[in-house]
Ligand binder design. Structure first.
Ligand SMILES: Nc1ncnc2c1ncn2[C@@H]1O[C@H](COP(=O)(O)OP(=O)(O)OP(=O)(O)O)[C@@H](O)[C@H]1O
Ligand SMILES: [Mg+2]
Length: 103
């Protein structure tokens, strides 16, 4: 396997910086998200499109740490994270920006 810095940088660029895997969220009897996957690559701009009530806001709130998923995981830079609240999400983002700025 090529373990050069260039290969490592290329692998990092092609792996998601943010990923949801199999995320489900229910509000009472309403299944807002069911086994939802989402992946965002470095530098990518993603549009989230869907009908009213499709679960767009719920998905963003899971990413933001405002809602806890019933199942599935949120991964940042390949690591599963637990985001108990939006403050935890902000501190994760700040940590990432610090690392990016230092590299
Ligand atoms: N806090 C909540 N309590 C109960 N039900 C909720 C809550 N938030 C969302 N829902 C329900 O979950 C489903 C998905 O809602 P969500 O707001 O994520 O959809 P959306 O795609 O953002 O819709 P819109 O296009 O209208 O903004 C809907 O049926 C909605 O009524
Ligand atoms: Mg919405």
């Amino acid at each position: 396997m090529d373990d050069s810095p260039l290969a490592a940088a290329s692998a990092a660029a092609s792996s998601p910086i943010l990923e949801l895997r199999g995320v489900s969220k229910k509000f009472g009897h309403v299944q807002a998200l069911l086994d939802a996957d989402f992946a965002l690559l470095h530098g990518e701009i993603m549009a989230l499109v869907g009908d009213n009530g499709a679960g767009k806001s719920t998905l963003i709130k899971v990413i933001a740490g405002a809602h806890q998923p019933d199942a599935g995981e949120v991964r940042i830079d390949g690591h599963a994270v637990h985001l108990p609240n939006p403050r935890a999400r902000l501190s994760r983002s700040a940590e990432r920006w610090r690392r990016t700025a230092a590299s």
